[in-house]
Structures are given as structure tokens and as C-alpha cells.
Design a binder for this molecule. Structure first.
Ligand SMILES: [Zn+2]
Length: 417
């Protein structure tokens, strides 16, 4: 079976230009004893917005690997797919993030719920989890409630998994199930029973992406109670590890954190818990590689800066359209955005500093950063010029992409071996 290593990292590349630099961050990490498997992820939505196809991501990954002489394993992730979108990803992907969040709360047939509750007799008086004092409290009523909320989603995940496995060789791909793009976090005990449901569907699950407590907005830091996150994440790690043995999942089963990038305040917490329990993780980052391109072009000045200033003006005009698909993971406050005509006067470093996540810089503006994060969709207005600029200013952009992945993510989250 294709197995994910202990540490893996999902990384986006909206315009497919930064694969070799992303790999150089992975290679640098390996030199320092941090072994991370790279996974290129791109969702159907991103493909639609940028006019790319799933096979383009495969081609980019293979070209990057060839160019870099990278010898480790790597994957191409059909990110957040569902039954409507999976088909065109099947041939060229070897990692599938099966997203069933939209089925949470839809009720499964009564006999299925009853059957599930019946199969959980041994957990009616609690679930013992090594490492969690007193285990997790559970009761028949609570298990029924969890089944009412999640069983239909798990059955849907089974259906999507079977669609993939009918068209691909057994064991030739990694399966993740994601339920993160919702408002309400899943508790550790819910995750335990969701894993049982996924096992009942015979899914050879290697990662599960729950929703954690707090807000994981794209491209900016965590917002929430760090202590509460820390307790929850530690329990989640222990629950997943225990469920893996209890239900017989691949021993590589681990948590996937759809971080949205830049969760600097909780990265040390995650790293500490992984070290304490000797566990792995999949860290998915969002498309902040694109923001490095945006910042690099602004800093380069001239046409690069002009392109970005115009893009910003256009994105303010289109704010509502741009943020609509991202309501759970983006919160741009219009009143905190600088006026477009003011930005038109900015020099390159002012623009770049405004969208770089550095709390120590007085010009940093998280609302503007988030808006630019989703503004990639508008680049297609002049994709040819954009790609031309990115190639011209390759050096300055490469520095940013490397720095972002290596210093701001890899070394902060993944412990060395
Ligand atoms: Zn996600």
C-alpha cells in the first residue's frame, strides 16, 4: 500500500510555478533531520478559478521532482473532492481528500443508526484511551446522537471511496477524510466514533482532518483559546492512535491539520504534543505560495508592483464575490481595508509588508492579506502577463517561497527525527 510518512505536508501552488522551490525547502529540512513528504494539493474550486486541470498538478510535481533530483516519495492530492467532482481527479491523483462536511447533520436511515449503536455496545460506559486519564465518557444515548449527526457523512465517504477504488488499483493511493470546513469542532469522543464509522465503510484511512476549536482563517494566525486547542489536540492525537489499533486502520493513521497556513501561535503546541507522544501529522497549508508571488512582485517594483496594485483595487471592488465561497475560513472586514486609491500611491515594500504576516511590522494588515489570498481568482484576467512577471522576478519570489515553507512552517511544526 502507498503509505504516507510520519510527517507530510500539503502545499498549494495556485499557478504551478514554484514546485522546485517548494521541494528545495523539503530537501533542506531533510538535511536537518526533518523528514517530510511533500503533497501537492489543489481543490476543484482552485482549478475552476485558475483555469487549470488536475493533470497539470501531476505534471508540475513530476517536473519539479525531475529538475531537483528529489528521490523521496511525494503525492498529488485531489483536495476536498466529493462525488460530483472526483472523477476528473482519479487518474492523475494518488492522494484523495474526501470531503463530507456538507453531510454532517443529515440523518442516516433509522435502521443504520440503530445498527451502529448496536455495534458499539462495548463503549456504552466509556472509551478507554491510553494516555487519557479516566478515558472518554460515553453512553448509549450519546453514541446515538453522534450517529445521527455523522453516520450519513461517513456512509457518503464510503461511497466516494468506492468510486475511486473501482477505478484505481488497490493500495495505489492515500485516503484522507475531511470534515474541517464547518463551524463546530468535533470533540475527541466524536472523532473516535467517526473513525469507527469510517472503518465500517472499509476505508483504508491514513489521515482524518477534523475541525478543531477556534478559527483557522486562511493565511493568518489562529484565533481562539490556545490552551483549549492544546488539550483538544492532545486528546485527538491519542484518540486517533488508539482508534487505529482498536479498529485496525493502517498504522500510519494520523491527524491532518488543515491549517490554512500561518498558525504560528499553535505550531509550537502541535510540535510539542507530537514530540511528547511520538506521533505523526499531515499539515496542510493553504495557497500562501501565491501570496509570496504577490509580495515578491510588489517588492520588485515597476510592472510587478503595478500589477499588484491594480489587482488589489479590483479585489476591493469584488470583495463580496471573492469571499462568498470562503465564509468559514476567511473573515475580511471591509472597514479595515486601505482604500484602493491610497494603495495606488504605495511603494513596493509598503505593499509587500502589508500582506506579509509579521505581527512585528506596523504595516502588516491581516484583512488585506486575507483579501489578497482570495484575489488569486482575478489573476486570470491577465494570466499571461502575470506568469511573465513571475518568471522575470523568479529570484526574489523564490526567496519568499522558501522562507515561508521552511522557516515559517516546517521547522516550527515538525520535530527532527
Ligand atoms: Zn480543509
Amino acid at each position: 500500500m502507498e503509505r504516507l510518512g510520519r510527517f507530510s505536508m500539503g502545499t498549494g501552488d495556485r499557478f504551478g510555478q514554484q514546485g522546485p522551490v517548494q521541494l528545495s525547502a523539503i530537501t533542506e529540512a531533510a538535511r536537518h533531520g526533518i523528514i517530510v513528504t511533500p503533497v501537492w494539493n489543489k481543490s476543484n474550486r482552485e482549478h475552476l478559478f485558475t483555469g487549470s486541470r488536475p493533470e497539470d498538478v501531476r505534471a508540475e510535481a513530476e517536473a519539479a521532482v525531475r529538475m531537483s533530483g528529489y528521490a523521496g516519495s511525494y503525492f498529488v492530492d485531489a483536495d476536498h473532492i466529493n462525488l460530483d467532482t472526483v472523477d476528473r481527479f482519479i487518474e492523475c491523483s494518488d492522494f484523495f481528500t474526501i470531503d463530507v462536511a456538507s453531510y454532517i447533520g443529515k440523518r442516516a436511515p433509522d435502521d443504520r443508526i440503530a445498527g451502529f449503536v448496536d455495534s458499539c455496545k462495548k463503549y456504552r460506559h466509556g472509551v478507554k484511551v491510553p494516555g487519557i486519564k479516566h478515558g472518554l465518557p460515553s453512553s448509549e444515548k450519546q453514541i446515538a446522537g453522534i450517529a445521527e449527526k455523522y453516520l450519513q457523512a461517513a456512509r457518503k465517504a464510503g461511497e466516494i471511496y468506492r468510486r475511486i477504488s473501482e477505478n484505481k488499483n488497490d493500495g495505489s493511493f492515500v485516503v484522507e477524510v475531511s470534515i474541517d470546513e464547518v463551524m463546530q469542532a468535533q470533540s475527541p469522543v466524536e472523532i473516535f466514533f467517526i473513525l469507527k464509522m469510517l472503518k465500517d465503510e472499509s476505508i483504508p484511512l491514513q489521515t482524518i482532518a477534523p475541525k478543531f476549536t477556534g478559527r483557522f482563517n486562511k493565511g493568518i494566525d489562529y484565533s481562539g483559546d490556545i490552551l483549549e486547542f492544546s488539550r483538544e489536540f492532545e486528546d485527538d492525537v491519542l484518540v486517533v492512535s488508539h482508534a487505529s489499533e482498536e479498529f485496525g486502520f493502517p498504522d500510519t493513521l494520523k491527524i491532518s491539520v488543515h491549517s490554512g497556513s500561518d498558525k504560528f501561535s499553535i505550531y509550537p503546541v502541535i510540535k510539542g504534543i507530537l514530540q511528547k507522544h511520538n506521533k505523526g501529522i499531515h499539515l496542510k497549508t493553504s495557497g500562501t505560495t501565491w501570496l509570496e508571488e504577490a509580495g515578491g512582485l510588489a517588492r520588485a517594483g515597476g510592472e510587478g508592483l503595478e500589477f499588484m496594485r491594480n489587482l488589489y483595487a479590483l479585489s476591493v471592488e469584488n470583495l463580496n464575490d471573492l469571499r462568498a465561497p470562503y465564509s468559514d475560513v476567511i473573515s475580511v472586514r471591509h472597514e479595515y481595508l486601505p482604500a484602493a486609491d491610497e494603495v495606488m500611491q504605495w511603494n513596493g515594500s509598503r505593499f509587500a509588508d502589508s500582506i506579509r504576516n509579521d505581527m512585528g511590522n506596523k504595516d502588516y494588515n491581516p484583512d488585506m492579506r486575507q483579501l489578497m489570498h482570495i484575489a488569486y481568482k482575478l489573476v486570470t484576467h491577465d494570466l499571461a502577463q502575470y506568469l511573465d512577471l513571475v518568471r522575470t522576478h523568479r529570484d526574489i519570489i523564490s526567496q519568499g517561497v522558501f522562507e515561508n515553507l521552511y522557516n515559517r512552517h516546517i521547522t516550527r511544526v515538525f520535530p527532527p527525527m
